[in-house]
Design a protein around this ligand. Structure first.
Ligand SMILES: NC(=O)c1ccc[n+]([C@@H]2O[C@H](COP(=O)([O-])OP(=O)(O)OC[C@H]3O[C@@H](n4cnc5c(N)ncnc54)[C@H](OP(=O)(O)O)[C@@H]3O)[C@@H](O)[C@H]2O)c1
Length: 261
């Protein structure tokens, strides 16, 4: 990696994440994809290098549902980070748990985002002004703060997914408040409806292309229009009112719960 601006994209072996990583490489960023499957990782890196001509693309193998794995990946990191795009997510049809016993959607879609922001903060500070983009969704709501892991109710992957995407938007507000003083902007985006494993598990296809899904996250990560904008939520490049960030008490409660894991 040379000394240009560096971006991490999680879940870049998936539909939207791969398009995000390719577009960031096309813009000339050094891109590090954080993914869990080595074979897919190699193929994705090769594909991005071939299509963009940018040789500064690499992968890091990490299970983003596991705190120790993320911590280990961060320990191997060196130098400033300018952009972190949290994108990896899952929607298993049946309730699954990590080896630590944490419900899988909460672990990956919520805690994974939380730990990446928390552990990369020193490197984002080094790279400031820097940016975090949390890939969230308009498909969000019904967060049950007393049962985030769905232990006391019937598991429905769509409901737990919507809860997790509400949590991503709330954590965006929580981290934006904490990181502003260090020159780190934190915003959230709905990418668009794209056909993927994630959307198929929820029972729908998707009418937008992966490139179109990547457009708003990449724009938030790279455009000069965003200097000083933080804690906001965007759909199709439009800043969109987000009711989930308004209840500061609930936002802080969620942050505290995530911190306790
Ligand atoms: N698709 C849509 O219509 C839509 C709409 C709104 C929001 N979104 C959001 O867009 C983002 C990307 O979704 P997508 O549709 O592109 O999904 P996708 O194609 O299913 O990709 C998901 C990615 O996450 C990775 N991942 C899952 N669990 C992981 C773990 N424990 N550790 C490391 N990587 C892991 C997957 O890796 P593997 O390849 O190894 O499985 C894959 O790269 C998600 O945050 C989703 O909520 C999507």
């Amino acid at each position: 990696m040379d000394t240009k601006r560096t971006a991490i994209v999680t879940g870049a072996t998936g539909a939207i994440g791969k398009a995000i990583a390719r577009q960031m490489a096309d813009f000339g960023y050094n891109v590090s994809i954080f993914v869990r499957n080595e074979m897919k990782a190699k193929n994705t890196v090769d594909e991005i290098i071939t299509t963009t001509g940018n040789e500064n693309v690499e992968y890091v193998i990490v299970d983003l549902s596991r705190k120790d794995a993320i911590r280990q990946a961060v320990e191997g990191w060196d130098g400033p980070l300018h952009v972190l795009i949290n994108n990896a997510a899952v929607t298993p049809r049946r309730r699954e748990e990590t080896p630590e016993g944490i419900e899988m959607q909460f672990a990956t879609n919520v805690l994974g985002y939380f730990w990446m922001m928390q552990y990369f903060e020193p490197y984002l500070k080094m790279g400031a002004p820097s940016r975090i983009v949390n890939v969230a969704s308009y498909w969000a709501g019904d967060l049950d703060i007393g049962d985030l892991e769905c232990r006391n109710s019937h598991y429905n992957n769509d409901r737990i997914y919507r809860q997790s995407k509400q949590a991503d938007r709330m954590l965006t507000v929580a981290f934006a408040g904490r990181m502003k003083k260090d020159g780190i902007a934190v915003n959230a985006a709905h990418p668009g409806d794209v056909n993927s494993i994630l959307s198929n598990n929820l029972g729908y296809g998707g009418h937008e292309s992966p490139d179109s899904g990547a457009d708003t996250p990449v724009w938030l990560a790279s455009s000069d229009d965003f200097e000083g904008i933080t804690g906001k939520y965007f759909e199709h490049r439009d800043e969109t009112n987000c009711r989930f960030g308004r209840d500061k008490g609930l936002v802080e409660k969620l942050f505290e719960i995530c911190e306790s894991y």
